[in-house]
Write a protein that binds this ligand. Structure first.
Ligand code: FMN
Length: 338
């Protein structure tokens, strides 16, 4: 389905969040095998006066196997460079260009990019105006609520509302909050009420019933999910089941084990040393491992070889019990309730 139809459609749009060094084309393909998102975001392309679009992200876009729309995300603050990059990107098979106004990494925000821009609303106003004029396809923004406090969101929303955005994704935290709880879903509701375009709610979505509750509470037109999908690629389909009023199917331990093997294969390079491959997998399993009770994650973090890694997976996941794969603070053992 086209992005246009998804945004207009009655069903909430389900998006895979952009995540640096995680949501590459291989991860989109794998997620898609489990039902997948309605739309995929690229990792951000770094944009500045001498930047050229990252080749691997361009390659992810041109070889997208999911059949679902892809949105290309940019991060930066230099208007001519953003326009130049947006013009290049819109010649590729992308459904929209997205601007990142949320990255909380100090190396990014200190350069007044990503979340750093939230400290300079007038600059955001100028960037959005210029990009809206330059982008012929859909133009979207992904933002946090403010830099230091959620009160900043009032002024930011007024600016977002002025620029004919096609969608606004709101991660319900400030930059200062990094990834700490709580997520301010009341502010996402404020955005859904104020914005003339669909608002996509983002932040700490981890189960189908919580997702349904969140859609009702915020009035958002969709959900963007990041770490919850690394933990459980079944999540998008579980949400669809929940919204249709069907029973939600939980994966078994063996299903999870199979997913980890598929992740391993999707990340393996012919020339990648075992230790590098294990390190890469730990990035994913830091999230997935939260959902596995016991010492699974501690052991995985210490593994150095493929044999050790797969041995730990066998020890913890070679079973048929259902797994809710909840985040750490909610995971008190299995069989866990969804
Ligand atoms: C490893 C990692 C990388 C991320 N990279 C990006 C990025 O490139 N662009 C972006 O807008 N957000 C990025 N984010 C933020 C996510 O898109 C999302 O807003 C955040 O994780 C909250 O959603 P979640 O609770 O569903 O994970 C990243 C998050 C993580 C954990």
């Amino acid at each position: 389905m086209t992005l246009d139809k998804l945004l207009k459609g009655p069903a909430p749009i389900l998006a895979l969040a952009p995540m640096q060094e995680v949501t590459d084309g291989a991860f989109w393909t794998l997620t898609h095998k489990y039902g997948g998102a309605d739309v995929y975001w690229t990792e951000y392309l770094r944009v500045h006066s001498t930047s050229t679009p990252e080749k691997w992200i361009v390659n992810d876009i041109t070889s997208n196997t999911t059949g679902r729309p892809v949105i290309a995300q940019m991060i930066g603050n230099d208007i001519p460079s953003l326009i130049r990059t947006a013009k290049f990107l819109q010649q590729l098979p992308v459904a929209a260009i997205d601007l990142n106004l949320g990255c909380p990494a100090p190396i990014v925000y200190r350069k007044c990019a990503g979340g750093g821009l939230l400290r300079e609303p007038q600059r955001i106003d100028a960037i959005l105006g210029a990009l809206r004029d330059a982008v012929q396809i859909k133009f979207t923004v992904k933002t946090r609520l403010g830099f230091a406090t959620v009160e900043e969101f009032d002024q930011l929303l007024e600016i977002f509302a002025r620029h004919s955005l096609d969608a606004l994704t709101v991660h319900g935290r400030t930059v200062a909050q990094m990834y700490r709880l709580p997520v301010h879903y009341d502010r996402i509701r404020q955005a859904a009420e104020r914005m003339p375009c669909p608002v996509i709610a983002n932040g700490h979505v981890y189960s189908a019933d919580q997702a349904q509750d969140l859609l009702a509470r915020t009035g958002a037109g969709g959900l963007m999910i990041g770490r919850g999908v690394i933990r459980s690629p079944w999540l998008f389909n579980q949400i669809r089941q929940q919204l249709r009023g069907e029973a939600v199917t939980l994966p078994t331990g063996r299903d999870v084990w199979e997913y980890i093997r598929a992740l391993w294969d999707s990340q393996a390079g012919a020339d990648k040393p075992e230790q590098v491959q294990c390190a890469r997998m730990k990035k994913f399993l830091n999230y997935l491992g939260e959902g596995v009770p016991g010492t699974f994650l501690d052991q995985i973090r210490r593994s150095q070889t493929a044999d050790e890694f797969h041995g730990i997976c066998r020890e913890f996941l070679d079973h048929d019990q259902p797994m809710a794969l909840l985040p750490a603070e909610l995971n008190d053992g299995y069989p866990a309730a969804s």
